[in-house]
Design a protein around this ligand. Structure first.
Ligand code: ADP
Ligand code: MG
Length: 141
């Protein structure tokens, strides 16, 4: 599936739609460069799960947990991860193989420990189509 958006609001709305449809145990990998809209998408996704708490990039922690929605949401940003061993230290398996939903920004940095069939969300810019243009691909493997 592929959709195109032209504003953060539209990306948020698409995230919200997927959040409303999300099912327990799913792992979503969010791919795309810095500033492309992964966190905007996550904020919409959280809203779709009924989460009211504000969602921001978990800059100083690897994972941020939100428990006030329909399902627990575990928002990972592994951009600053030094080594994959740090994932062991936080007990990532309980998150990846639990009953909540994982959204992982920069998942390619932890490729070796990802579960087998994550849902891949890839957000890309195309400056020829405008500064706010984004192409969002969803690829269930
Ligand atoms: P990331 O988490 O991928 O680093 P953020 O979600 O934090 O990126 O930031 C995305 C930035 O791009 C925000 O400042 C947002 O307002 C802006 N933006 C512009 N157009 C869009 C769009 N179509 N979708 C998402 N964000 C957009
Ligand atoms: Mg981010």
């Amino acid at each position: 599936m592929m959709i195109e958006t032209n504003s953060p609001e539209e990306t948020y709305a698409f995230g919200k739609k997927l959040g409303m449809e999300a099912q327990a145990g799913q792992v979503y990998c969010l791919n795309g460069d810095l500033g492309v809209g992964k966190t905007v998408f996550t904020q919409g996704f959280a809203a779709g799960l009924g989460i009211q708490e504000p969602v921001n990039s978990p800059t100083f922690t690897i994972v941020q947990e939100y428990d006030d929605g329909r399902l627990p949401l575990y928002h990972f940003d592994v951009y600053r991860l030094g080594d994959v061993d740090e994932m062991d230290e936080i007990g990532y398996e309980d998150y990846f193989y639990g009953e909540g939903i994982c959204l992982i920004e920069w998942s390619e940095r932890i490729r070796e420990i990802l579960p087998e069939h994550p849902i891949q969300i890839t957000i890309e810019k195309d400056l020829e189509k405008g500064f706010d243009y984004r192409k969002i691909s969803v690829n269930e493997q």
